[in-house]
Ligand binder design. Structure first.
Ligand code: ZN
Length: 219
């Protein structure tokens, strides 16, 4: 069975509340454009939240209890739903909106900047001073240099796929990582993997060469 990697409840809730900064919001909105299951979760989430607010007693439980109750309601309503594979129409292209507007064109019209070893990137400008948003193109069958994270990292697959350990991430799948994880994703051999990566701190590369080149490469 193929496992689809969707965004966490916490991130979805923050997106619904409008509390995410621009970089994270681009990743979540683009994931939602590619993932009908997450769109359905967002709708259920908003419906549950509105329902609970309607019935909330002013002097009842604290925020933590309300959040636990909301998650429980979400699980109950989602358990009965059927899972559908993410298959966007061909007209969507590699970069769906809102990402394509940020990039200025679809993937094949972009001016990719070489990172070495066949990898390329494009940093997308945002007004957000908290995150860095970039498109990455990892050559087929090749690994990303092994690294840890100084903060949160969201990686959304737009084309091709990658393996992180035994987990496969394909188009529309999103990986959430943080300071507690070190990893080395590897593009699958069928074709180059294009991802959107959002970070709020520099990566921590294992290799001394990568650490030396890091300021020059801007990653
Ligand atoms: Zn990473």
């Amino acid at each position: 069975m193929t496992v689809h990697h969707q965004i966490s409840d916490g991130l979805l809730a923050a997106y619904a509340a409008g509390s995410l900064s621009e970089g994270w919001s681009i990743a979540v909105a683009t994931h939602l454009a590619l993932c009908p299951e997450s769109r359905a979760r967002l709708s259920r989430f908003e419906a549950c939240a509105a329902d609970m607010l309607e019935n909330l007693e002013p002097d009842t439980s604290g925020v933590d209890d309300a959040w636990a109750a909301l998650q429980s309601r979400m699980r109950q309503t989602s358990a009965s739903g059927t899972r559908q594979p993410a298959k966007p129409p061909a007209s969507v292209g590699v970069l769906p909106e809102p990402l394509r507007s940020y990039a200025g064109s679809d993937a094949d019209g972009l001016k990719w900047k070489a990172l070495g070893r066949g990898a390329y990137q494009i940093v997308l400008p945002t007004a957000d001073h908290e995150t860095t948003v970039r498109l990455l193109r990892i050559p087929a069958g090749k690994p990303v240099p092994e690294h840890g994270h100084g903060g949160r990292e969201l990686t959304l697959v737009l084309d091709g796929s990658f393996l992180d350990g035994d987990k496969l991430f394909a188009r529309g799948d999103i990986e959430e990582t943080d300071e507690n994880l070190e990893h080395q994703p590897v593009a699958t051999p069928d074709r180059d993997c294009i991802c959107l990566a959002v970070t709020d701190a520099p990566l921590r590369f294992k290799s001394r060469l990568m650490r030396t080149l890091q300021p020059l490469l801007g990653i």
